[in-house]
Write a protein that binds this ligand. Structure first.
Ligand code: DAU
Length: 294
């Protein structure tokens, strides 16, 4: 732990970022920082553009000024848009065209294009990774899995958007981190790497699995108005990172989801503090007006 220093600052704050580079002189910069929740981007796109696009530019400008060995951009499979449910043979490869659906994914795709431009124009030694849905400890309770765990534990209804048949490709967070570590050390500058473990599940399957682990009734499930522009299916083809860097996910979903539920059971004070504060207002705004679908 003594190797970690946490500095709270906004990546779009040029002065703060440049000062940090001046004092810390980093050799590798990994940009995990983002406004990441699709629903919030539908309510208020602007902050997504500022943090995800301008923030990325500020970080890369600092890298150019102070010099670094590697800049890595943590991106998302959402830049590829979605796949139809009736074509299970289709997967996102690194060559799949960018085709975004939400202000969030558009902002992440814009950042990816900027990273590629800084690599080509200024020779910034950059790599990009595009990962599928993560799950695991410390996942902010606005996201599907922690939200459903918290609501189930509080015997609150579980709001499933639309018919619950949208598909996401789930990856345990530590497997994502290991992939990023590999890319930083062995990945080729200028390249994009997709990260995912062929673990597609419908939302309703995820919700039912959580209820089963917690021994809670399925009557808690409520189908509500769908997300606007809701992507149907994400599915990563991880061939490149597997064949070139030898990466494979280590945590099976059946184990990872039990570990995750247990983490939320053992760390109630962490998420209870979050859902009782500012988040209450967010929850009311996001879910208060959603119609229940019969
Ligand atoms: O694919 C990678 C992306 O995964 C990341 O780039 C994003 O930052 C991350 O938020 C996640 O995006 P999703 O929109 O897929 O995740 P979310 O947890 O918001 O939703 C997962 C699915 O569950 C999606 O189909 C919407 C649905 N959902 C979500 C919530 C919060 C519900 O049915 N009810 C809900 O209350």
């Amino acid at each position: 732990m003594d190797k970690i220093k946490f500095v709270k600052a906004d990546i779009a704050d040029r002065k703060a970022v440049f000062e940090l580079f001046e004092t810390e002189n980093p050799d590798v910069v990994v940009n995990f920082a983002a406004e990441s929740h699709v629903d919030r981007s539908i309510e208020n796109p602007e902050v997504f553009l500022v943090t995800n696009i301008l923030g990325t530019q500020v970080l890369m400008d600092a890298c150019r000024k102070y010099g670094i060995q590697r800049y890595h951009q943590v991106s998302t499979d959402e830049v590829y848009g979605d796949l139809p449910l009736d074509r299970p043979d289709l997967f996102f490869t690194e060559e799949t065209p960018i085709h975004t659906s939400s202000p969030y994914s558009a902002s992440k795709a814009s950042a990816d294009l900027l990273v590629q431009a800084y690599n080509r124009t200024f020779g910034l030694p950059a790599t990009i990774s595009r990962c599928s849905n993560n799950y695991g400890p410390y996942h902010f309770p606005e996201k599907l899995i922690p939200l459903m765990i918290a609501n189930a534990l509080n015997n609150k209804s579980l709001p499933v958007y639309g018919n619950g048949l949208n598909v996401r490709d789930w990856l345990y967070v530590e497997d994502h981190c290991k992939a990023i570590d590999l890319i930083i050390h062995k990945g080729k500058v200028g390249e994009v790497y997709n990260i995912g473990g062929h673990n597609e599940k419908t939302n309703i399957d995820i919700v039912k699995t959580i209820l089963k682990i917690l021994d809670k009734p399925e009557s808690l499930i409520t189908y509500v108005t769908d997300r606007k522009g809701h992507d149907m299916r994400y599915a990563i083809d991880p061939t490149k990172i597997h064949t070139e860097l030898g990466w494979l996910p280590e945590t099976m979903f059946a184990d990872g989801i039990v570990k995750t539920v247990n983490w939320y059971l053992e760390n109630k004070s962490w998420w209870e503090k979050i859902i009782s504060g500012e988040y209450t207002k967010y929850y009311e705004e996001m879910y208060g007006n959603r119609e229940e679908l019969k």
